[in-house]
Design a protein around this ligand. Sequence first.
Ligand code: GLU
Length: 260
Amino acid sequence: MNAITQAKRIVIKVGTSTLAHKTGMLNIRRIESLVKTLADLQNSGRELVLVSSGAIGVGSGKLGLKERPSDTPTKQACASIGQCELMYVYDKLFSEYNHCVSQILMTRYTTDTPNCAQNVVNTFERLFSLGVIPIVNENDSVSVEEIEFGDNDTLSALVAKLTNAEALVILTDIDGLYDDDPRKNPDAKLIPVVEKIDARIEALAQGKGSTLGTGGMITKVNAAQMATKAGIPVYILNGADPKILYRLFDGETVGTVFTV
Ligand code: GLU
């Protein structure tokens, strides 16, 4: 069951709530710990892809907006500002550990158009062979409703499929999937293993997440559905301490795994 200890190519998705404070400003301590952990995992011989949200949240923080914007042009402007900031910080921190990162921005058009999908696959493959860690986000400044993924959970599952990853890890602001809402019910219990995503699991995942991100648990369960159907196990973990990834890769049971 613990295929992750052997997995080489892994997609790791990190959400806005993990990367940014509630103010929208970057959580520097967290992002430093994430980068250090990922750099070390890459050093151990794994091939990582980081799917990072945070562009809109960080852009709105940088502009001093009180909350995530709701209109599309402001969201797009924030994404365009925040994406620079994010990549600047990732590049700076990964360079400290001698790792090269790259940016890949995708839209639905990229995955739905066979030519584009093949082009991006070629880029990924070449980046892997060069030892680079690709950092992926949605191209929010060109995506509008009809071509948007909407949330990076779906994007991360598509990236896992495109790159033939052996595992998808989603870092979020909760320990995994619970049998009830742990924010309301202190007796709610974490579900360590989900073998089948049925109506009961979908019902448990309903409800929205934090104020800065999109998604919530339902988009993660939908992403898990998409990835596991393609034979890729999915792990949902709390990203509050990114070093949890070491425990996962060492074979410890942490968070919720969706098995194949
Ligand atoms: N692509 C959006 C961003 O970087 C995030 C979407 C999501 O929250 O999943 O802000």
